[in-house]
Structure formats: structure tokens, C-alpha cells
Design a protein around this ligand. Structure first.
Ligand SMILES: C[S@@+](CC[C@H](N)C(=O)[O-])C[C@H]1O[C@@H](n2cnc3c(N)ncnc32)[C@H](O)[C@@H]1O
Length: 496
């Protein structure tokens, strides 16, 4: 069981009391955080001796508490756990919110916790700027995160002070070592709820895009896209993005849009601004669509897979693009290094009733038995293009090692190219905002691969094309519709 399920230690059994007298409890098992099973603590009835006499009473053990009072703010306790997983351990929030500790919570609590943690990470810079006025030194990580959560709940989410302040302090108590920090956290959190703190927060708003972006990202975006575009992109990172869906059958898109109350984008995605719970939306159970940002749906369209073609989806998991390729009728091999992510890909295939062969392997070691007609390489990258949905990608302890990432992207491109039949097509894509991982990789590939003929996409809105005619999307595009993730994709044909 995860550490966060055990906020309090189980009491040690009293050795002076015969065990048959003790109430039935599982002394070795940690107490569940929010379980309440009053029956579990009921003492057994005393047995009667023959003749109806009860045995002489012996002193009873003090009651063992196996059902702690439910934590008063479970969503905040879970939000703090998520913040720890994302900021200290570098895990995606979406992965951490599938942990057993999260699964034990009711769905709405889990969803609320994920919203709180996501918004706190989006507004980390503002929260830290305001906190700096109330603390002399940065508090230990657990207390710092509880205070960040309180600040964002109060000033970005306009939550009531009793939930934001008391909730954050109570949640801190559930963290390892958190109980001894609650005095400090309580004093500071109360000051965060004052008009003085509200005024401070309001003063940070005009510079929120810059304050909430890590310095390395701001610098790189400014030099790549210009200062004004950097500000627009970082402003877009602060907004809750819409939910985009890809229809399994493009011909079904209009009917689905009507059923879902969705907008049909110019590139064929369905867009919902206030989605609610995804699994209850029309068409989910029948697998008629899957969740995929409108920009993320474009690289597979660039590949234009045909029915019966042998197609490799390289770096495939969790599989949004595999589903698109399979839905087009291609004979798909989906390869990825990560087994857990491939499990999610298999779940997605099962729900949508689509088929693909899955291979768990390192693409740098693996080789196919026969060449492919088409290959989609969605290469590992800084993932900066997904920051509006996954803000934690910007706040890992280490900033992205671009030299290693771009070397891996080049190696994967060259390997994939060698697996393509003459006349075959390859699309290279990254979900990055940085030209080093997009435009520069495509240019270097063109320069070292004479047989690679660029095949710029046709039929895309011009605002989604780079200077070279490749796909380039950014969060500040389509502002009236709610933006797009950042993606780059270039297509090549292998000359015979
Ligand atoms: C950008 S994600 C892929 C997203 C996926 N194409 C989709 O649409 O859902 C990159 C993937 O590359 C995988 N990966 C990283 N290095 C790899 C390698 N050497 N061989 C195979 N897969 C790798 C990661 O496990 C990760 O799932």
C-alpha cells in the first residue's frame, strides 16, 4: 500500500492482554486513510461456561482503533500526494492519479484532487511569488506544496477560506513528516487568506504568463518565436484546455458532434468546452471516439494510411495515433519501450474494437522481419507542447536534456528510415514547442538523407504550417476555439 494510505501508525498490541481478549483487528495492516467500518472494532461476545456462568471477567484491552475518522479534506490530501509525485518524483500527474491510493477514493474526490494539483502546478510561479512575502526561508517541500495549494485554491480558484486554508493544513498532516510542519503552515496559510495576500496576488496577474513559466522555457520560446509569441504561448498554458475527441470513423463526426454538443474543428476533431466525466459521454462505451488533442491527431493524418498497408507506429503508447492508423484499415505494428504505457494502448484498442500488433521493445535494438509501407515516428521529446494539459512537464527537477533528446530523435529517425520500403512514407513528429526538436531535426534529416523527398501536407489550414511547409502548431493558435497543443510533424517519401 502506498505511504499516503497510512497517515497514522497502527497501535502496537498490548503484550499483557491475552490475544483472545483483544478485539478483532489486523495489527500488522496499516490503517486505511478514509475507511470507516465500525463493525470491524466490535468486541466478540464473551463465551458462556457450561451451566450458564460467564467466565470471570479479565481487564479488557484498551480499544484498538481500526477505523480512523475520515480525513476532513481527502481531495486536498490526494492533491498533496499528486504534487509530491509530480514535483519531487517527476511522474506525470495522469499516471500518479491511477495509483492505488487514488483508486481507493470516490471518483469525484479523485477528479477534484487532480484539478487542484494541476492548477497549483500551472500557477506555481505566482504562488511562490506571494508566499515569498510571508516566509523568510523556503519551507520543507511538503509544507511548501500545502501552502502553494492553499494560495492557488484561494486566489486562482476562489475557494472558500475554510476549505483552502484548513484543508491544506489538514492535508499536510497526512504527508510523511507533515504533522510537525502544521504549526508553521497554519500560521502562513491564514495570512494567505488576508486582503493583503489577495492584493499581492492581483498584482502578479499582469505578469502571470512569465511568472508561471520556468526561466529556461521563457528564454527558449522567446528566441524561437519572439517575445510576444512567448507571452501568448505561456498565457495559453494557464487556461484549462477544451476536451478534444477523435472520431473512429470520420464519416460519423457530424452525428457525434450533434450528440455530444461538440464543435467540429476544421481538421476533423470534436471539441467540447465543458465536458464533464468522459466515460459518461455519448459514444464512449461503444468506442466511437477517443480523447486526443486536435493537434495530436494531425501527424497520423499526414501519413495518410491506406487499408491493408503495413504500417509501423514507432513510439506508439498510449496509442492515440495507433487507433487512428488502425481505424483507417492499416495493418499496424505498434512499438514502444514502456510496458505500462502499452497496457493502456491495449485497453484503448479493446474499447474501440480496433486491432494492432503490439511490440514492447527498445527501437534502438529491435528490427522488423520485412520493410513497412509507412512509418509514423512520434519521438520522445521535452513534451513542452503538452504543457497546457500536463503542466508538470515544465517543472521536473531537471530541465530537459535537449542534447540527449535530439540525439535520440536523430537515431530513431535514421533507424526508422532503414525499415521503410522504397516509395514508402515516413512522418516524424514531436509534441515539442522547441524548434531544436522539430524544424531543426527535419532539416538535419533532409540534409543527411538524399533519398528523403519532403512531402509537405496538403489540405491543412495555412496557420498550421511552418515556413518550410511542415506542420507546426502552438497553444496560442485558434484562440477563439481554445487553442491547440504544440506539435511539429514533417513527412518524407523514400525515393526508389
Ligand atoms: C510522445 S510519446 C508517444 C505518444 C504516442 N505516439 C501517442 O500518440 O499516444 C513517446 C513514446 O516513446 C517511447 N520511447 C522512448 N524511447 C523509446 C525507445 N528507445 N524505443 C521505443 N519507444 C521509446 C516512450 O515510452 C513513449 O511512450
Amino acid at each position: 500500500m502506498a505511504e499516503d494510505d497510512t497517515p497514522k501508525r497502527p497501535r502496537a498490541p498490548n503484550p499483557r492482554v491475552p490475544s483472545r481478549r483483544a478485539p478483532r483487528a489486523r495489527p500488522a495492516a496499516p490503517e486505511p486513510a478514509f475507511a470507516a467500518d465500525p463493525g470491524a472494532t466490535a468486541p466478540k461476545r464473551r463465551a458462556r461456561l457450561p451451566g450458564g456462568k460467564a467466565p470471570a471477567a479479565k481487564p479488557l484491552a484498551p480499544p484498538v482503533r481500526t477505523a480512523p475518522t475520515p480525513a476532513p479534506h481527502p481531495e486536498r490530501a490526494e492533491a498533496l500526494r499528486l504534487l509530491h509525485e509530480a514535483l519531487e518524483r517527476g511522474r506525470p500527474l495522469a499516471d500518479a492519479s491511477r495509483d492505488a491510493a487514488a483508486q481507493a477514493l470516490p471518483g469525484p474526490v479523485r477528479a477534484h484532487a487532480l484539478r487542484l494539483a494541476t492548477e497549483t502546478i500551472r500557477r506555481l510561479g505566482q504562488a511562490d511569488a506571494v508566499l515569498a512575502r510571508f516566509v523568510r526561508r523556503t519551507p520543507p517541500a511538503a509544507a511548501r506544496d500545502a501552502l502553494r495549494l492553499a494560495a492557488v485554491s484561494l486566489h486562482a480558484l476562489s475557494e472558500a477560506p475554510h476549505a483552502a486554508v484548513d484543508g491544506a493544513v489538514a492535508a499536510l498532516r497526512t504527508r510523511p513528516g507533515g504533522a510537525r510542519l502544521t504549526g508553521l503552515a497554519n500560521a502562513v496559510a491564514r495570512r494567505l487568506a488576508t486582503p493583503e495576500a489577495a492584493a499581492l496576488w492581483a498584482r502578479t496577474e499582469p505578469d502571470a504568463p512569465r511568472l508561471n513559466a520556468p526561466g529556461w522555457l521563457w528564454g527558449r520560446l522567446s528566441s524561437a518565436h519572439g517575445a510576444a509569441a512567448a507571452r501568448r504561448i505561456c498565457a495559453a498554458h494557464l487556461a484549462q484546455p477544451p476536451l478534444d475527441l477523435t472520431p473512429r470513423d470520420p464519416a460519423d463526426a457530424r452525428v457525434l458532434a450533434d450528440a455530444l454538443g461538440a464543435t467540429l474543428t476544421r481538421t476533423g476533431s470534436l471539441r467540447l468546452s465543458a465536458p464533464g466525466q468522459v466515460s459518461t459521454l455519448p459514444g464512449f462505451a461503444e468506442g466511437r471516439w477517443w480523447v486526443q488533442d486536435a493537434a495530436a491527431a494531425l501527424p497520423a493524418r499526414l501519413l495518410a494510411p491506406q487499408p491493408g498497408e503495413r504500417v509501423l507506429d514507432l513510439c506508439a503508447a498510449p496509442g492515440g495515433k495507433t487507433l487512428q492508423l488502425a481505424a483507417a484499415g492499416a495493418d499496424v505494428t505498434a512499438l514502444d519501450l514502456s510496458e505500462p504505457r502499452l497496457e493502456r494502448l491495449a485497453e484503448n484498442l479493446a474499447r474501440t474494437g480496433l486491432a494492432a500488433e503490439t511490440v514492447c521493445a527498445d527501437a534502438l535494438d529491435w528490427a522488423p522481419d520485412a520493410p513497412f509501407d509507412a512509418i509514423l515516428l512520434d519521438a520522445p521529446c521535452s513534451a513542452t507542447g503538452t504543457a497546457r494539459r500536463h503542466p508538470e512537464v515544465l517543472h521536473r527537477r531537471e530541465k530537459p536534456d535537449l542534447a540527449s533528446l535530439t540525439a535520440l530523435q536523430d537515431a530513431l529517425l535514421d533507424r526508422a528510415w532503414s525499415w521503410l520500403r522504397p516509395g514508402g512514407r515516413l512522418v516524424f513528429a514531436t509534441c515539442s514547442l522547441l524548434p531544436e526538436e522539430g524544424e531543426a531535426r527535419a532539416a538535419a534529416f533532409r540534409a543527411r538523407t538524399p533519398a528523403a523527398r519532403p512531402a509537405p501536407p496538403s489540405g491543412l489550414p495555412p496557420e498550421l504550417l511552418s515556413e518550410d511547409g511542415d506542420l507546426r502548431t502552438r497553444p496560442d493558435l485558434w484562440p477563439e476555439l481554445g487553442g491547440l497543443d504544440g506539435f511539429f510533424a514533417a513527412a518524407f517519401v523514400k525515393e526508389a
